[in-house]
Design a protein around this ligand. Structure first.
Ligand SMILES: [Zn+2]
Length: 192
C-alpha cells in the first residue's frame, strides 16, 4: 500500500472510531432493560416512587425501624440502608420485579444479591444472606415476592442478630451494579 493509501486508511479508521464513540454516548443507555417506559423513574437523590414489597417474609410495616442515619464502622460511615430483623433462615423476597444482576461475596455484606429493577433504573441490594435460593443464578428474572435467599448474618453482621441489610440505589444510564446513589428504603417500605 502506498504512503497515501496508509494515511487514507488511518483517517477512515479514526473517523469510524469517532463515530462509534458518538453513537455510544448518545445511544440508548440501558442494556437489556426491556424498553423501560413504564417503571418508576429516578433522579439522583430523589425519593423512590415505585411500589416495593417488604423483602422479608412475615415482617409488617409497623415492625420496621428507620436506621438510615445511624453510624456504622465505628463512625467512619453512615448506614444508608435498612436492617430488617428476622430469624435466621426466614425467606428473603424480591422487593420488586427485576433481574438478578450479580451474586457477590463481600467482606462487610457477606453473601449478597444485586437485583436490577425491570426498568433498569434501580438496583436493590440484599446483604448478610445465610444462603441463596437453590436455583438462583445471575441473569435470572424474578418476580416481586419471589423467594431469592434466606436471612442470615454473613459478613460483618452480629451472629446473634440475624437480619437483612437492604439498600435501594438509583441508577443513571450506564451505571453498573456496584454504582448508583443511595435512596432511603424506610419511607418506601413503611409507606410513611
Ligand atoms: Zn445494615
Amino acid at each position: 500500500m502506498s504512503r497515501f493509501g496508509l494515511i487514507a486508511a488511518a483517517l477512515i479508521v479514526l473517523l469510524l472510531i469517532g463515530f462509534a464513540s458518538i453513537v455510544r454516548v448518545t445511544g440508548p443507555g440501558w442494556s437489556g432493560s426491556g424498553g423501560g417506559t413504564t417503571g418508576p423513574k429516578l433522579a439522583k437523590g430523589a425519593p423512590y416512587t415505585g411500589q416495593l414489597l417488604i423483602p422479608v417474609q412475615g415482617v409488617a410495616a409497623s415492625a420496621l425501624h428507620d436506621d438510615w442515619s445511624e453510624p456504622r464502622g465505628d463512625g467512619t460511615r453512615v448506614h444508608h440502608a435498612i436492617d430488617i430483623m428476622a430469624a435466621r433462615g426466614t425467606p428473603v423476597l424480591a422487593a420488586a420485579d427485576g433481574r438478578i444482576e450479580k451474586l457477590f461475596q463481600s467482606n462487610l455484606g457477606g453473601t449478597t444479591i444485586y437485583e436490577r429493577s425491570a426498568d433498569g433504573g434501580t438496583v436493590f441490594y440484599y446483604a448478610h444472606l445465610d444462603h441463596y435460593a437453590p436455583t438462583l443464578v445471575e441473569g435470572q428474572a424474578v418476580k416481586a415476592g419471589q423467594e431469592i435467599a434466606a436471612v442470615g448474618s454473613t459478613g460483618d453482621a452480629d451472629a446473634g442478630a440475624p437480619h437483612l441489610h437492604f439498600e435501594i440505589h438509583a441508577m443513571t444510564p450506564g451505571e453498573r451494579w456496584w454504582q448508583g446513589s443511595e435512596v432511603d428504603p424506610y419511607p418506601v417500605l413503611a409507606k410513611r
